[in-house]
Design a protein around this ligand. Structure first.
Ligand SMILES: NC(=O)c1ccc[n+]([C@@H]2O[C@H](COP(=O)([O-])OP(=O)(O)OC[C@H]3O[C@@H](n4cnc5c(N)ncnc54)[C@H](OP(=O)(O)O)[C@@H]3O)[C@@H](O)[C@H]2O)c1
Length: 256
């Protein structure tokens, strides 16, 4: 049976870092690389040892996920690894975002992540690994980055329940909740009507470090990985503090 990894968001940042790590760590027959920019995916495929299937897709479009579903049904592979890293944010208050930005963010970060996972579910085997890239933004509401935080809270909840649902099947499911990472995320997030809603993005980690740590923790079957002391503090804080405390703190910090 064909043993594959499906990696969304593979053209850049964290998704690309995951693909490179998997290439070194795992023995796979194929890696299916998904994002919109075909040339970036081709470039990555050329660099990896593993045979790659380049799948240029806009995951906001239902037809893309349907095409993936059909491809899986045809190949009937074992999806040994699913990494759902495609996603984006926009800085700004709810009122600063256009209708299109609002719809696209919810569609990609929520519906597409869930849909890609859904079509991969029949092909997961005992020992398969699922990494859903959420964010530490999921832990509390974030004024000035409201919608993004809300989409990631959705994905975190979805992933936590998915982990329980797949426990009996022996699938390792992990929600990845990092702090800032040095990727193209910031450029995309600042391309908005209110780019200064978040003035700075300090203590950003390298995507390679986030990918390596989270893959190790997923291998150990941890349900949630924060990838550093700041997101860990945010996670713990959100458990004991009323939501207005981290919100008020964040609202000051984001303007510094
Ligand atoms: N960077 C951070 O500070 C940070 C922190 C916490 C969590 N995260 C999360 O980490 C994940 C990866 O982001 P990143 O930091 O690596 O940012 P990035 O470098 O901008 O990568 C985002 C990836 O998503 C893909 N993508 C965007 N829209 C898409 C669409 N409509 N269809 C298919 N693919 C699409 C992009 O590829 P194309 O443009 O080629 O389609 C790209 O490969 C995201 O879910 C993000 O929310 C990021």
């Amino acid at each position: 049976m064909l043993k594959i990894a499906v990696v969304t968001g593979a053209s850049s940042g964290l998704g690309r870092a995951y693909a490179r790590q998997l290439d070194r760590m795992t023995s796979l027959d194929e890696m299916w690389l998904i994002a919109r920019r075909a040339e970036r995916l081709q470039e990555l495929a050329g660099e990896l040892e593993c045979k790659c299937r380049v799948l240029p897709m806009d995951l906001k479009r239902r037809e893309s996920v349907e095409a993936l579903e059909a491809m899986l049904a045809e190949e009937r592979p074992e999806v040994a690894v699913l990494i759902s890293a495609a996603g984006f944010g926009k800085f700004g208050r709810a009122q600063d975002l256009t209708a299109q930005e609002t719809e696209d963010m919810i569609t990609l970060n929520c519906r597409a992540a869930v849909d890609v996972t859904r079509v991969c579910l029949p092909w997961l085997e005992r020992g398969s690994r699922v990494l859903e890239v959420a964010s530490c933004a999921a832990f509390q509401p974030l004024p000035g980055m409201n919608l993004y935080a809300a989409t990631k809270a959705f994905l975190l909840r979805y992933t936590q329940a998915l982990r329980w649902e797949l426990r009996e099947r022996g699938v390792k499911v992990t929600a990845i909740c990092p702090f800032w990472i040095k990727t193209e995320f910031m450029a995309v997030a600042r391309d908005t009507a209110n780019p200064d809603a978040v003035a700075h993005t300090p203590f950003a980690m390298r995507p390679e470090a986030v990918a390596a740590w989270s893959l190790t923790m997923n291998g150990l079957n941890r349900g949630l990985v924060t990838c550093g002391p700041i997101p860990l503090a945010m996670e713990l804080g959100s458990k004991v503090l009323p939501a207005w405390v981290p919100m008020a703190l964040w609202d000051k910090l984001r303007k510094l």
